[in-house]
Design a binder for this molecule. Structure first.
Ligand SMILES: *[C@@H]1O[C@H](CO)[C@@H](O)[C@H](O)[C@H]1NC(C)=O
Ligand SMILES: *[C@@H]1O[C@H](CO)[C@@H](O)[C@H](O)[C@H]1NC(C)=O
Ligand SMILES: *[C@@H]1O[C@H](CO)[C@@H](O)[C@H](O)[C@H]1NC(C)=O
Ligand SMILES: *[C@@H]1O[C@H](CO)[C@@H](O)[C@H](O)[C@H]1NC(C)=O
Length: 955
């Protein structure tokens, strides 16, 4: 940075080191002294912003340098003022050779290290300002040249330790001393009393302690204007009769442990403007003498133990702007003369024992913006016109005020930031005619008044961005005209009141960023006009209302809760699970293999123990139900625990050969199994399909039956519904090939496909016995109902087929498990059809997909709102659970009566809880073993658990 002449540098160092500064008369070196001193000083600091660039050792005089002033007569440097230049490093010794320096100000930099003992001793130095730096260590002893120093400011550094005993010598010249904002400790040396010319003494925000008798004299400094001892640990009482500070303008003693009565003498400081005695242990009454403080504009005696009558003379102190008497034990009432306080801006009298009326004259305090009377015994009503003053903060809570809000409080809400009236006003009459109440971002605190909707006309209520706490009152339901209700960004807690469902006009409900808990009342689904809801960032759990706007809410409206159940949300889904279901897996195992009579159980005790422990675990945690469910499903599988063949390699090779020959843009039929020759490819498949027998209309399209190949083997051909021409045949092809590999005795296997841009056909197994749907719900009277054996076979087979799908790589989620997708072969073995089509068709056509799914009421898991496929196999497990219930009960999942709707799973659950589960069982199926049917029902209920994580995964 600086090109120092080495010789110059050596010279300088020598000069400095040898105490050269003491030689103050050498005319020959006079010219260079100041240049050298400043250059040395500069060389030891870091000047990041190059403010000191103009300082060059080549100059003969520094008087033209920035931040330097010289005495015009002597031509020597008198002022070095480097405030706020971002300088850092050490305060070097160079400054000590500036023999004519009067003012050295280095405030608001980042100088660090200790204070050099010589700095304050510079001959003739009058003002030393090192405030707002990072200086540390002790204050050096004999630091000041008392004959010259007038202003010493060491405030806001990291200075520590006690003050040296001899800090204050014959410091008659000292006018200003600030050591505020350091870490200084200990008592104040009594030598301070020698600095009797002080007019500012600021020792605030340190750790000074002891009785202020250092003092018996401090209180007599005739010139003292500002005394700040605040935020220390001073204690003891202030002696009576010693305080003669006739010039005192500001007395700050707040935040100490001063005790005893308030000194009367303060009243004899006629010029006192600011008096802050808050946060001490002062007791007794406010001295009568204070009535003479005609200049006082600021008085804070809050947080003491003052007692006695509220000063009736306060009206005399007409300069008062700020009055804080809060948190004392003052009694009595407010004088009617309050109105004299024409400058009063801030009035806090909270938490005293004041009583009586709020004087009407307060309305004359036209500058008033904050009024806090919380926690007193005021009664009567709020003075008419008070709220016309443009108040910002009003807190009348916890009083005995009666009546109504004053009329014509029109200005109130223009300026209001805080309004707290809790447990205060008995009615919000003002709001009776209000149609719109917008108090957003107002720092309101307290709770939402229960009678906020005394006004049936209120249409808009917006209280967002305040500090409101407590519950949303149930009475909100009285706001019958409300169409916009926004309470976001508060601290509201409790649950969302059901009564909101009474707000038939409600269009927008915003509750985000509160502490609301519990479940969202299902009743809110009934609000037909509701367009937008946001409940994000609360502590909500459970299912969303199934109706209304709720199923279509997106992630941003729901996220950040404890456990809302939605496929859009990551994280847990918590429910107030009613009662844990208990299923005895051992009993069930016995039924499954059926060969081992219960009496032969090798150790009945151990099986009993297992039962207990399993049920205990289930009771403890819903999550464990998964494990439990896995046990059950694997028991279901016990008779067929052989390894499943995933991929038929032979078929695979066939597929790849045929795909090589295929041209993807042309019409083509691909069959995975070449046993059936593709000789039925014709030019007009539509015509062919017309000829083929239509056997059904499924969710994904129309199904035809067709004899394939020479043997005439029957296949099912499904014509897919897609509303648009397929854009990505490659995707289609890839997906179908994957599906073709999923083969299992309980799956309708995909045999091939036919593809043109306009027409897509899937060729699959044909199951002669039709669908379970027909057997269960659309049975002709001539055909007998399914026996329990067949029903059980269906359940078991479906479980195996699903397990195969879910264990497939990549897993195939069915999304649409229901009886019409379970086809039955000659022996009533179930075969799951339509698997993987959900995914396939979503790729092809999202629109079709979501429409199709909405028809599947009753099977679609609650968290699957039919618009999203970001769900997992738990969703199939739910569908499977419903299917079991249908198979066992012979009823449909949702039955619509004349005036009621029966949800099968809820119905069975209730019956089971009442011990009447067997009443649900389909009576048509004749005899059945109760001890088989019951566990199956229980399994179904576990599968239809509302909480996805507590549904078993079918292992
Ligand atoms: C001040 O200096 C100290 C080290 O002396 C450094 O850690 C700190 O970041 C500096 N602060 C600023 C504002 O430059
Ligand atoms: C203090 O400064 C005066 C000049 O104002 C000087 O005469 C005196 O020697 C200095 N005292 C000390 C202790 O440096
Ligand atoms: C020290 O400097 C700061 C910042 O410029 C200023 O606020 C303060 O009043 C000065 N102190 C004295 C005693 O001049
Ligand atoms: C005392 O110094 C502190 C810290 O610099 C300052 O905040 C406070 O205002 C000063 N007190 C008075 C009465 O000026």
């Amino acid at each position: 940075m600086y090109q120092f002449d080495i010789k110059l540098l050596v010279y300088l160092l020598l000069v400095v080191a040898s105490g050269y500064c003491m030689a103050n008369d050498g005319a020959s070196i006079q010219l260079n002294d100041d240049v050298l001193g400043l250059i040395v000083f500069k060389s030891e600091l870091k000047d990041h912003s190059s403010f000191l660039e103009s300082w060059s050792e080549d100059d003969n005089s520094p008087c033209s340098w920035r931040f330097i002033q010289c005495n015009p007569v002597s031509g020597r440097v008198s002022h070095v003022s480097l405030d706020g230049l971002g300088l850092s490093g050490k305060i070097g010794r160079g400054l000590q050779i500036l023999q004519h320096l009067k003012v050295l100000s280095l405030a608001h930099n980042n100088f660090s290290g200790n204070i050099s003992p010589e700095l304050g001793l510079i001959n003739g130095l009058e003002r030393l300002n090192l405030s707002h730096n990072s200086l540390s260590g002790l204050i050096p002893s004999r630091f000041m040249n008392y004959t010259s120093i007038k202003f010493l400011d060491l405030s806001q550094n990291w200075l520590s330790g006690p003050l040296p005993d001899d800090l204050f010598g014959e410091c008659l010249s000292l006018r200003y001393l600030s050591l505020a904002g350091n870490n200084l400790v200990g008592q104040i040396s009594s030598t301070l009393s020698r600095c009797s010319s002080l007019n500012t003494l600021n020792l605030s925000t340190n750790h000074f302690s002891g009785e202020p008798d250092f003092a018996s004299r401090i209180w007599t400094f005739k010139r003292l204007r500002t005394l700040d001892l605040s935020s220390n640990a001073f204690s003891g009482s202030i002696p009576e009769g010693v305080l003669i500070l006739h010039n005192l303008k500001e007395l700050q003693l707040k935040g100490n442990k001063f005790s005893g009565p308030l000194p009367k003498d303060i009243g004899f400081c006629p010029h006192l403007i600011r008096l802050d005695l808050s946060n001490n242990l002062f007791s007794g009454e406010l001295p009568e003498s204070f009535r003479m403080l005609n200049s006082l504009s600021f008085i804070n005696v809050s947080n003491n133990m003052l007692t006695g009558e509220f000063p009736q003379w306060i009206g005399n102190l007409s300069s008062l702007e700020f009055v804080d008497f809060s948190n004392n034990g003052l009694t009595g009432s407010l004088p009617s003369l309050m109105g004299n306080l024409k400058s009063l801006n801030y009035l806090s009298l909270s938490n005293n024992k004041l009583t009586g009326f709020i004087p009407n004259s307060l309305v004359e305090c036209t500058k008033l913006s904050v009024i806090n009377l919380r926690g007193n015994g005021f009664n009567g009503s709020i003075p008419e016109g008070l709220f016309d003053l443009g108040l910002e903060v009003v807190d009348f809570s916890e009083n005995g005020l009666m009546g109504s809000m004053p009329r014509g409080s029109s200005k109130l809400f223009e300026s209001l930031r805080i309004l707290a009236l809790s447990r205060c006003l008995q009615s919000w009459d003002t709001f009776r005619t209000l149609t719109e109440l917008d108090l957003r971002n107002n720092d309101l605190y307290g709770s939402i008044p229960e009678d906020i909707c005394e006004s049936a006309s209120l249409g808009i209520l917006q209280l967002d961005g305040n500090s409101l706490a407590g519950p949303i009152p149930e009475e909100i339901g009285n706001c019958s005209s409300l169409y916009l209700l926004t309470l976001s960004h508060n601290n509201l807690s409790g649950s969302i009141p059901k009564s909101i469902s009474k707000l038939k006009k409600l269009k927008i409900l915003k509750l985000e960023f509160n502490e609301l808990s519990g479940e969202i009342p299902q009743e809110l689904g009934k609000l037909e006009n509701l367009l937008a809801v946001n409940v994000s960032y609360n502590r909500l759990i459970g299912r969303l209302p199934v109706a209304g706007v709720f199923p279509s809410l997106d992630q941003t409206a729901l996220e950040g809760n404890l456990g809302l159940c939605s496929p859009l949300l990551k994280g847990p889904c918590k429910l107030n699970v009613p009662k844990p279901l208990v299923l005895d897996p051992n009993a069930y195992a016995n039924q499954i293999d059926g060969h081992r009579p219960r009496s032969e159980s090798s150790n009945p005790k151990s099986s009993r123990r297992m039962f207990l422990s399993v049920s205990a675990i289930v009771a403890i945690s819903a999550a464990v139900i998964i494990a439990f469910g896995v046990v059950v499903i694997s028991l279901l599988n016990v008779s067929a625990r052989r390894k499943l063949a995933f991929v038929d390699t032979a078929l695979e090779s066939m597929c790849s050969s045929s795909s090589r020959s295929g041209n993807i843009t042309a019409n083509k039929l691909i069959l995975f199994d070449t046993r059936s020759s593709p000789d039925w490819i014709i030019n007009n498949p539509e015509a062919l399909l017309k000829k083929a027998g239509e056997i059904g209309e499924g969710v994904f399209g129309t199904v035809y039956k067709f004899p394939l190949g020479a043997e005439g083997r029957m296949v099912a051909i499904k014509k897919l519904v897609t509303s648009n021409i397929i854009q990505h045949p490659e995707d289609f092809e890839r997906e179908v090939r994957v599906l073709g590999k999923a083969r299992h005795p309980n799956l309708i296997s995909l045999e091939g496909y036919y593809w043109t841009p306009q027409l897509q056909l899937l060729v699959s197994d044909y199951a002669p016995n039709g669908s379970l749907q027909v057997k269960l719900h659309e049975r002709l009277p001539s055909t007998p109902p399914l026996s329990w054996t067949n029903r059980f076979r269906v359940i078991l087979g479906t479980a195996k087929g699903l397990a195969h799908l879910h264990h497939f790589r990549p897993p195939i989620i069915h999304y649409n498990i229901k009886p019409s997708n379970i086809l039955l072969d000659e022996n009533f073995n179930p075969k799951i059809s339509d698997f993987g089509l959900a995914r396939l068709l979503t790729k092809l056509d999202k629109h079709v997909m979501s429409n199709r799914f909405q028809s599947a009421v009753g099977y679609v898991a609650p968290e699957l709102t039919c618009q999203s496929l970001r769900v997992n196999e738990k969703c199939d497990v739910y569908g499977f659970g419903v299917l079991i219930l249908e198979v066992v009960t012979g009823r449909r999942p949702v039955e619509y009566g004349e005036d009621n709707v029966v949800i099968l799973s809820d119905h069975v659950r209730v019956m089971l809880e009442q011990g009447n589960a067997l009443e649900c069982v389909d009576s048509g199926m004749g005899d059945y073993p109760e001890d088989e049917v019951l566990p199956v029902l229980k399994l179904a209920l576990v599968c239809t658990s509302q909480v996805p994580s507590s549904r078993p995964s079918n292992g």
